[in-house]
Design a protein around this ligand. Structure first.
Ligand code: GRF
Length: 226
């Protein structure tokens, strides 16, 4: 089943691009129905336009409350028949107004191994701290920043003498792999959430073998001996 998704961006949109590219390759059963940004200058809007995807700019400063802003985003998403939402570098905390409209269907990508290094500069904070294993996380969104149940994580070993920019670049590359993977699991309706625990339903052996190609990927499904 092709999952109709909406993508929220605030910046460059390289994660959005990874989704667009996977859909273009025919390896992601989703359709980006609309891209919303709270920043009119976000390059992610340009990427969407180049891919022929409708875009909307909703400037949060034009609203008297977060709830009002979220309500408008929800109506735009509903107008485009969206069933699941991907926050791909969207730098706003969302409210129950939004979460209740898409229960267990809002995911976010974060450039660190949550719960470590939440916030706007996860990869920089990890580099600053001097971790040996950095990484990235896709999680369900709740009312707290970078807090919801983890869907998938990938570890990115830090290299000695590497700058924070170089580490961030390698983390971003891995983000572009795990975010489409999480969307694919949503499209296949293989995800169940119990409290803070996310379970990814087993697939046939063949697919499981394919998924095994993902190096250094830590997720519930693989830990079950796939
Ligand atoms: C990514 O590193 C994402 O994890 C973080 O913001 C960055 C957005 O990058 N939340 P892009 O706009 O997708 O290139």
């Amino acid at each position: 089943m092709t999952l109709p998704i909406g993508v929220l961006v605030s910046g460059s949109g390289s994660n959005l691009q990874s989704i667009i590219d996977r859909i273009g390759e025919g390896t992601l059963d989703a359709e980006v129905r609309v891209v919303i940004s709270n920043k009119s200058g976000a390059y992610g809007l340009e990427r969407a336009a180049q891919a022929g995807i409708p875009t909307r700019v909703l400037q949060h400063g034009d609203y008297s409350s977060r709830e009002e802003f979220d309500a408008d985003m929800v109506s735009v998403l509903r107008d485009h028949g969206v069933k699941a939402v991907v926050m791909a570098g969207f730098m706003r905390i969302i409210t129950p107004v939004f979460l209740n409209a898409f229960p267990e269907r809002v995911i976010n990508i974060h450039p660190a191994l949550l719960p470590s290094f939440p916030g706007v500069d996860g990869q920089g904070d990890a580099a600053e701290y001097g971790v040996r294993i950095a990484g990235c996380t896709v999680h369900f969104v709740d009312e707290k920043m970078d807090h919801g149940p983890v869907v998938i994580q990938a570890a990115v070993p830090a290299q000695a003498g590497e700058s924070r920019e170089e580490l961030a670049e390698r983390i971003l590359k891995m983000e572009h792999r795990i975010l489409p993977q999480a969307v694919q699991w949503l499209a296949e309706d293989r995800i169940t959430v119990k409290g803070r625990h996310v379970h990814v339903e087993e697939k046939g052996r063949k697919e499981a073998a394919q998924e095994k190609d993902f190096p250094s990927l830590v997720n519930p499904a693989l830990e079950e001996g796939f």
